[in-house]
Design a protein around this ligand. Sequence first.
Ligand SMILES: [Zn+2]
Ligand SMILES: [Zn+2]
Length: 146
Amino acid sequence: MVSKRDQVKILLMSKRKPEITKRQQQLLNELKNCTDELSGQELHRQLHNGEKAMGLTTVYRNLQVLVKQGLIRSRHLPNGEVLYAPVERDIHHLTCVSCGETTRLKGCPVKTMDLSKNTSKNFELLFHTLEYFGLCQTCSQQLNAG
Ligand SMILES: [Zn+2]
Ligand SMILES: [Zn+2]
């Protein structure tokens, strides 16, 4: 029998350091080794070529766990696709709502913002997300021409 005190101890230990499985570590490594964001499909395809192959549902399930543990972040595109990247990577995009084309923004517009005054002491900030949506040059021209 595990005593109540031991149970608390186990809980605290698991809280301090997120326990991740071998598969989750593999996905995390793939994302860290890639300079761009990857979708679940792309991760599935990349792992498929090696001995680390895992099913698509397994990929998505483990990605969900990594998001919950604050190790990776997800970005939803207007076409329903979800892209994943490690949380420490500070990248923002301009996304065209018409054709879905995304352009990487140079630098981070909110990095210099001082949040310390606004965030409570009880909140440990891990990462932020920022998305811009609009029309790309091609789509904008097409709309104006029609
Ligand atoms: Zn467009
Ligand atoms: Zn940023």
